[in-house]
Write a protein that binds this ligand. Sequence first.
Ligand code: ZN
Length: 272
Amino acid sequence: MTRRLAVATALVVLTLLVGSRWVTNRSAVLANQRTTVPASPTTPSPTGSPTPSTSPSAPPTRVAAPKPPPAKRAGNGPFGSLKLTGKKTVALTFDDGPHPVWTPKVLDLLKATGVKATFCVVGTEVRKYPELVKRIVREGHTLCNHTWHHELDLGTKKPAVIKANLERTNREIRKAVPGAKIGYFRHPGGKWTADAVKVARSLGMVPLDWDVDPRDWDTEDAKLIKSRVIGGARSGSIILMHDGGGDRKGTLTACPNVIKNLKSRFGIAQLR
Ligand SMILES: [Zn+2]
């Protein structure tokens, strides 16, 4: 009887031991499964620049994307476009003109404040108002190609189509100002693609992105435009505003305060 009891006890103890061992192992397996679940998908970079893919088995410490190499003319915007000036000074850019009402007013203001800016002009508007392009150049500002007709999807077209569009725009600009230097290209809507950047560079134009977008095309509220620019600006910001494409009263009203503020904080310098 005692012997039987001893055997039975031994069996119970053995069963318990094996059972708990199994549970322990199972917990370990489950724990391992949790830790080996691949990390959540990489969030797309807000700049649109390609993110290097990482193997799911790579330790989390190796996930960080390498910093882009420093480049004098940028490398910090989508596909290596220019987002910051590379200096402390900020730069003003005006898009979608020339416009018969607003471009002259913007030019007057820039002259009065002694500021040189960059004008990203649209080919069809250049054809309508060549005199304004002449004035932009005469007053020492920088020119930027902004496509023939503000084609938002241009970058998705074949490189030959992109090239033809940019060349047509440059031809129209040079019809207004023979031999004009067109050192920059800005894709409409900032919808950069690798091809758009490549074609622009092949034509000798630096792809010009921006750092501060007050969305002045979407509001006539000068106070809002002012606070968005002043609040968003930092060392080297390239600031996007509009002299064309609609009623630019808000932008024009905001500009004197914006210019005063940016001058005192960073200085405003021309992109060359
Ligand atoms: Zn535009």
